[in-house]
Design a protein. Sequence first.
Lengths: 142, 147
Amino acid sequence: MTEFTPWLSLLGGSLIGVAAVLLMAFHGRIAGMTGILSGLVPPFSNDWGWRAAFLAGAIAAPALIMMIDGSAIPFESPTPAPWLVAGGMIVGAGVYFGSGCTSGHGVCGMARVSPRSIVATIVFMTSTAVTVFVVRHLVGGL
Amino acid sequence: MIRVLSALVIGLVFGSGIALSGMANPAKVFNFFDFAGAWDPSLAFVMGGALAVTAIGYAVVLKREAPVLDRRFHLPTGRDLDFPLIAGSAIFGIGWGITGFCPGGAIPALGLGHGEAWLFVGSMTGGIALARLARHSLASRATTKAV
């Protein structure tokens, strides 16, 4: 069980939106984690500086929140290590060929009403729901 | 230098949003997609909030000639609903459904200090590198054939 957190999730989602708008306003870039990360995989893109800085900020933020707030942010990953490795490779290949993930297509692309992003988001949301159903209810967990 | 500092601050805002929203917590992601089980609709509020703010903000920002720290906006221009887009997105969903991690959720999760996120992100980065190698070797083979 996880607790239903509508207000905290709405606040978090709004902050994600604020970050997406700021990245467009200042850098002219889509706040898609796939695109930003891909430029940091060899061969590195020339503009790796801002990409590395964005990632560093994104990683530091939860640590800072926990330091200030003094309590842990809920985290539970029930997936066994071999499946994390396999699933990680699958996600990496999928978002590379699909040109984006939840942040790039699901938030930024949908906000621009991009047909590619709308289709991509429908496809990966459906595929994820089907996978979760198969793993949890047909297989009975990994 | 100003670009790096600005990206760092914007990254902090993004990571805070992900962490507070619950997107960095695989258990919460699983429960959002588990309509047949312990359904937790929280992540619909994440998407809703993020989309509303971004749609309004983009409408204002994209009226400008250029962003503050660059000469132009870097916007994707493709409009084809091609095979890589659809197959890639379907494959991404399988991985997201297995692990509960998407790229935007997993990167901030690194800052929570759990090994699982590091294992996932390392594998995901390897997956991106391999996919890029595969695409480039396919592309170069196609070019050789065309010659």
